[in-house]
Design a protein around this ligand. Structure first.
Ligand SMILES: [Zn+2]
Length: 226
């Protein structure tokens, strides 16, 4: 008990000298606020696509029969708040944002029936060269935040990019493979990505997952470019 009091006192002092500020508007955060102040959090332009089976995200994958569901958390608008947060996440080493935004996405999906049947969250694998520069896959951080909120495991080793030139030449469209063939058979796998633009990379991941027997694929992207 006593150490808690001391800790709280020290935390209070720390806040006094180094106040935690909102990543959106730079105002000091209030007790109970994390990363974003309540006002900024409410300003994120959420799509609410999970209420509509024929939403803009799902329409991008309508020709892929193995995609059962698809949704995006918020609109990615030029100079908008989400663009700023994702830039911080990808290029300024602000990893907590991935986790935080994943959690907020998870909150919005918590009562969605098809989300409850997801067995595994799989982030789109990053290029090896990018992973080396950045040191982390931002989509894995989003998947971890989602997973924490929804109680679903996340794995960044289930799907991998095809590396060798020979393999690529053999089949240009085949940029990804399931790391351990058969490991995802019969599962409901949700692919996780940061921002949806054309959907070409995700479609390539879907193609790899579809090689597994009786697999159901859903797609969850944090942002969608409008
Ligand atoms: Zn704010």
């Amino acid at each position: 008990m006593k150490t808690t009091v001391v800790r709280e006192f020290l935390d209070g002092l720390l806040h006094l000298f180094f106040p935690l500020v909102c990543e959106g508007c730079s105002r000091a955060l209030l007790d109970g606020e994390q990363v974003l102040c309540l006002q900024c959090l409410l300003q994120l332009p959420q799509t609410h696509y999970h209420h509509l089976s024929e939403n803009e995200t799902a329409l991008k994958f309508k020709d892929l029969t193995s995609v059962a569901n698809a949704t995006s958390f918020a609109y990615f608008i030029n100079d908008g708040l989400l663009q700023h947060l994702i830039h911080e996440l990808k290029y300024r080493n602000n990893k907590v944002l991935g986790y935080y935004l994943g959690q907020q996405f998870g909150v919005s999906l918590s009562e969605v029936p098809w989300v409850k049947t997801i067995d595994l969250l799989v982030p789109v694998p990053l290029h090896a060269s990018k992973l080396e520069i950045r040191g982390y896959n931002q989509s894995m951080l989003i998947a971890e935040g989602l997973g924490r909120q929804l109680g679903i495991p996340a794995s960044d080793t289930s799907l991998k990019r095809v590396k060798s030139r020979e393999e690529r030449v053999a089949n240009v469209a085949k940029a990804f493979v399931v790391a351990e063939k058969g490991s995802l058979a019969g599962k409901h796998v949700a692919l996780v990505d940061d921002v949806l633009t054309t959907g070409a990379t995700l479609a390539s991941c879907v193609a790899a997952l579809s090689e597994e027997e009786n697999v159901t694929v859903s797609i969850l992207t944090l942002g969608i470019v409008m």
